[in-house]
Design a protein around this ligand. Structure first.
Ligand code: IMP
Ligand code: MG
Length: 179
């Protein structure tokens, strides 16, 4: 086996814990969105949430669609600037649709609170958030996230979509980045 990368510090969420929780979230979402007139629209926030989205969507049993948004809130630093820019907008019009934002991690909450305001202004029928991870200690704004996978401590997390300068997204687990 290749030697372990010294930048990967302690384990935060094991691969099988991730898969079990994603299955539970899929079941919960499927129950909550049963019998809707129109398909649920999953809004995946690029790039980190792609991995979570693709596992989650396969555990959802109600009719659903996916669309993508890209926003920039972080450069290569590990702290939020609070400035959010839309790099890629949705292709779908979400007026009168049930919309579920799928995010990798809620840190300060600034990115999501901007996205919620932006999407709410388009008049969806409903708008909720599903975030795989949350760091409650770092929250700067109050956020109504309906579905949360795991609460993690105040560490910079990598893996399962989460990057540090674009690396480590491919890890099948979530670990802390070495200080
Ligand atoms: P927020 O605006 O501070 O909530 O940060 C949101 C975005 O920053 C997330 O969608 C991630 O892309 C990134 N981010 C925040 N914390 C981490 C982390 O611990 N590891 C990797 N990316 C993070
Ligand atoms: Mg990122």
């Amino acid at each position: 086996m290749a030697p372990r990368d010294p930048a990967i510090a302690e384990m935060l969420v094991e691969a099988d814990e991730l898969q079990n929780r994603v299955r539970q979230l899929g079941e919960e979402i499927s129950r909550d969105y049963a019998d809707r007139e129109q398909d649920l629209v999953l809004v995946c926030v690029l790039k980190g949430a792609v991995f979570f989205l693709s596992d989650l969507m396969r555990q959802i049993t109600v009719p659903c669609e996916v669309d993508f948004m890209a926003v920039a809130s972080y450069g290569s630093a590990t702290a939020s600037s609070g400035v959010v820019r839309i790099l890629k907008d949705l292709d779908t019009a979400i007026q009168d649709r049930d919309v579920l934002i799928v995010e990798d991690i809620v840190d300060s909450g600034l990115t999501l609170s901007y996205l919620l305001r932006n999407l709410q202004a388009r008049g969806p029928r409903s708008l909720e958030v599903c975030a795989l991870l949350t760091k409650p200690d770092r929250r700067k704004v109050d956020l109504p996230a309906r579905y949360i996978g795991f609460e993690i401590p105040d560490r910079f997390a990598i893996g399962y979509g989460l990057d540090h300068v674009e690396r480590y997204r491919n890890l099948p687990y979530v670990a802390a980045l070495a200080e």
